[in-house]
Design a protein. Structure first.
Length: 254
């Protein structure tokens, strides 16, 4: 198994920032420490998620103004992507993918404006079926209102479930001192979300080997200042056909 190691620069930054605030004697640490809210929702001591394996279904209606289909049978790279998002919104990102059901694209968009706190944002998934008419259909999307506080939406497209078909890991950033965000895994072939997690003081990334998700989180002991966690937790999740489960876990004291 090839592990993704937390970048050394991040660890060094944490160590340096804590130099003036850490207690004279290092706090004791155990595997059952008070992990931040970002980490506690990720796994139980048995290696299974401590939240429901399947999140409550989200509305499948498309963001307002997104057309339901596109009639021209063109490759993903030739799509008029500006026409496939809500009218008047700006395209903020494009991620292409290949799935068992055909080509797919994830389009991210936002209302125009210079104030990120006053912008509505969202994304929509388009998928191509060369045998269908029309060949391109919008299969899933989600819109965040300006008051939802989403500062940015981004996505990675790669196989996350080990079936050889690309999925999307979509991140909706809400900021704050804990760099909070909500992550969703979208099965692009099915056009459906299969995992959702809201975290702070943590980050979720695709894991290449084994194929799945890599979650890195700060670990806080009681009394730790926010700048200075006691440890870094690293977990790898893989898909078992029904849900993501923990297959490895490392904790590095700082």
């Amino acid at each position: 198994m090839r592990r993704i190691i937390l970048p050394a620069a991040v660890v060094v930054m944490l160590l340096v920032s804590c130099e003036g605030e850490r207690r004279a004697s290092a706090p004791s640490f155990s595997a059952r420490s008070n992990i931040s809210a970002a980490a506690t929702a990720e796994a139980s001591d048995t290696g299974s998620p401590s939240v429901a394996p399947s999140p409550s279904p989200e509305p499948t209606t498309l963001p307002a103004g997104v057309p339901a289909s596109f009639s021209e049978d063109v490759p993903a790279g030739e799509l008029p992507v500006d026409q496939l998002i809500p009218p008047g919104d700006e395209l903020t990102g494009v991620r292409r993918a290949r799935t068992d059901a055909g080509e797919a694209v994830v389009l991210m968009f936002a209302t125009p404006g210079s104030d990120p706190f006053a912008q509505a944002r969202g994304f929509v998934v388009w998928r191509r079926d060369e045998r269908a008419e029309p060949p391109w259909r919008a299969v899933y999307g989600l819109a965040h209102r300006a008051r939802d506080g989403v500062l940015a939406v981004s996505a990675d497209t790669t196989d996350l479930t080990g079936d050889g078909s690309d999925d999307a890991l979509v991140r909706a950033e809400t900021g704050g001192t804990g760099a909070c965000a909500t992550y969703r895994v979208i099965d692009l072939a099915a056009g459906a979300p299969i995992w959702k997690r809201s975290v702070c003081d943590a980050e979720v990334q695709p894991n290449p080997d084994p194929i799945g998700l890599y979650v890195v989180a700060r670990v806080y002991e009681p009394g730790d200042p926010h700048c200075c966690p006691s440890a870094i937790s690293e977990r790898v999740f893989t898909w078992n056909g029904d849900r993501f489960v923990v297959v490895s876990q490392d904790v590095t004291p700082l």
